[in-house]
Design a protein around this ligand. Structure first.
Ligand code: TXA
Ligand code: MG
Length: 310
């Protein structure tokens, strides 16, 4: 159920959970001061309690208040990428951020979203935790209707412009250098000019505790079985997740991510298309992985690999 800004702020301040559009994906919001609402988020998402939440605020001043220390270049990263699709994991003053949010770590993740309505809301409520508004493991929501599919028509959703980027934020942590622990809507090369180096993506190794606990879990997956391929022959009949500027064999039906020459649009369509497979009760689909691994297409490839990995 779409609700206006004032009602959303009121519900959140009263300790309820509200879905909120952001420029990356929709979030399920709760006030950082409302433990019952935070517990409710873990429950309705089916999220393991050892997977911490991102704290969203409307200003860098608030982040400085929570942070214990600021690693080198934090100010520059903040002024360049916030408000926006960057999340920084920072050491925090533990007494200020509850252990349920941090999953008992000594750090917390922070982001200042750029979505106009989200920022307005944050000014009325103060800091909000916001995991992506999907049941755990499923594709994230980029439209209010996706939130309804996962949580029901009665679930309160702040009305506003749908998510424009369609990929979650890029998460960085400082270990001697800044490293990417979750690929996202900002490509790694976009940090090069600010940092003087390109932060590497630390892919979690098998059997090793990942730096980003969420990377442990299966993600972004529709019910449909996805089979990743790089070339098509007449044998590949059925459904294809692919691109509008390419040709596929006859006897196939294309679920188009859009034209590969426009990577932002392709990424913005990803979760909508994965959800459409389920809406159409499709059991299996081929995925065209024949695209360059550059810029945010690297994130696209990683999301598709995760979605296919059951
Ligand atoms: O774009 C986004 O980041 C969206 C929108 C709603 O802001 N939010 C989002 O939240 O993607 P979620 O909960 O779906 O993913 C957050 C990720 C999880 O993988 C979690 O493990 C990681 O952030 N995370 C949170 N706190 C952390 C911490 N202190 N250290 C390492 N990773 C952390
Ligand atoms: Mg998520």
């Amino acid at each position: 159920m779409l609700i206006p800004l004032k009602d959303a702020a009121h519900l959140l301040n009263q300790g309820h959970v509200v879905a909120v559009p952001t420029e990356t994906v929709y979030g399920l919001a709760a006030s950082i001061h409302q433990e019952k609402a935070i517990a409710e988020i873990f429950k309705i998402k089916g999220r393991p309690s050892n997977n911490p939440l991102i704290v969203h605020v409307s200003s860098f001043e608030e982040i400085k208040y929570f942070a214990d220390t600021l690693p080198p270049f934090t100010d520059l990263l903040a002024s360049h990428f916030w408000p926006g699709a960057m999340t920084l994991v920072l050491p925090v003053k533990k007494e200020l951020i509850s252990s349920s949010i941090r999953a008992n770590l000594s750090t917390a993740a922070f982001r200042i979203p750029s979505h106009k309505d989200t920022l307005e809301l944050l000014k009325l409520t103060g800091p909000l935790v916001m995991p992506s508004a999907n049941t755990s493991g499923k594709p994230s929501s980029t439209q209010a209707t996706h939130v309804e599919t996962d949580f029901g028509k009665e679930f309160p959703v702040l009305q506003g412009v749908d998510s424009e980027k369609g990929l979650e934020s890029t998460i960085l942590i400082f270990n001697n250098k800044w490293e990417i622990i979750r690929l996202g809507a900002i490509a790694s090369e976009e940090f090069t000019d600010i940092l003087g180096y390109t932060p590497l993506f630390q892919k979690p190794q098998k059997g090793e505790q990942p730096q980003c606990p969420g990377q442990l879990y299966r993600h972004y997956a529709p019910k449909a079985k996805l089979q990743l391929i790089t070339s098509f022959s007449e044998e590949n009949t059925g459904f294809i997740v692919g691109f509008s500027n390419k040709n596929y064999p006859d006897n196939t039906k294309l679920f188009s991510l859009g034209d590969l020459n426009y990577p932002e649009i392709v990424c913005a369509n990803l979760y909508k298309i994965l959800r459409e497979l389920d809406n159409n009760q499709i059991e299996s689909a081929w995925v065209d992985m024949d695209f360059p691994r550059e810029g945010i297409l690297i994130t696209l490839a990683e999301r598709l690999e995760k979605a296919a990995n059951k």
